[in-house]
Write a protein that binds this ligand. Structure first.
Ligand SMILES: Cc1ncc(COP(=O)(O)OP(=O)(O)O)c(N)n1
Ligand SMILES: Cc1nc(C(=O)O)sc1CCOP(=O)(O)O
Ligand SMILES: [Mg+2]
Length: 221
């Protein structure tokens, strides 16, 4: 695997949970299906549950992800990540700073940063030691329609930073290939995965895009 990838990160499907699409009592089995279908990274994203519910759900997902060997990322909340022993945290521009999260979680934690459509934000994220750079949204998103739009050219420009690149926003198995061909290493997907009845099948279709299009799967080195 290229030196671009460390801390258990690898190119592939990044499955992000959503409480409106997956009721709490189906969360673990839904994520299990995504992992069986090939998800290489999971994010627990929950904006509505109580602290107690979030703690229980994050702990359940951490047990599952640990057994499966798939890193679990917690959205927004470094304290919760620390509490459940998750692999890391995803932070947006209005969330806690990477420096604070790094102090809390340590050098081995995976910390991903939202860069929207901005190479300047990506440069800052690179300088502060982000473990991956996230750009989006690339298509209409039912999950977050208000997210600012992004152009796929930003993915190619971001290769200069030598960090794993994540694409997000309205991605599904029919439109994800062009983002991988433009430079994405991870496709972060909510509705295009958990919005379907057959989560494992969609995860397989999304994962297949990497075998078909990601340069690392065609490398002979
Ligand atoms: C992989 C990934 N990319 C972007 C986001 C969005 O983060 P943020 O801008 O903080 O928005 P919220 O998700 O908190 O609404 C993400 N969560 N994951
Ligand atoms: C959480 C989030 N952040 C985005 C961004 O552009 O920063 S788009 C988005 C929602 C992703 O869900 P779906 O795959 O259903 O569109
Ligand atoms: Mg956030």
């Amino acid at each position: 695997m290229s030196t671009l990838f460390s801390k258990g990160l690898r190119p592939g499907l990044y499955a992000i949970t959503d409480n409106t699409l997956t009721p709490p009592n189906q969360l673990v089995s839904a994520v299990e299906s995504a992992i069986l279908g090939g998800a290489v990274l999971v994010q627990y994203r929950d904006k509505i549950s109580t602290d107690i519910e979030r703690l229980r759900q994050a702990a359940d997902l951490q047990s599952l992800c640990q057994s499966a060997g798939v890193p679990l990322i917690i959205n927004d909340d470094p304290e919760l990540a620390k509490r459940v022993g998750a692999a890391g945290v995803h932070l947006g521009q209005s969330d806690r700073s990477l420096t604070e999260a790094r102090q809390l979680l340590g050098n081995q934690a995976i910390i991903g940063l939202t860069c929207h459509d901005s190479i300047e934000l990506a440069r800052q994220a690179d300088r502060t030691g982000a473990d991956y750079l996230a750009f989006g949204r690339f298509f209409h998103s039912g999950t977050k329609p208000e997210a600012p739009p992004a152009n796929k050219q930003v993915l190619a420009q971001a290769r200069q930073f030598q960090r794993p690149i994540t694409a997000i926003g309205g991605i599904n198995a029919d439109n994800g290939a062009e983002l991988i061909c433009s430079g994405a290493d991870l496709l972060a997907v909510v509705g295009g995965l958990f919005g379907h009845q057959d989560i494992e099948f969609q995860a397989r279709r999304l994962s297949q895009l990497f075998s078909d299009h990601h340069p690392l799967f065609h490398s002979h080195s």
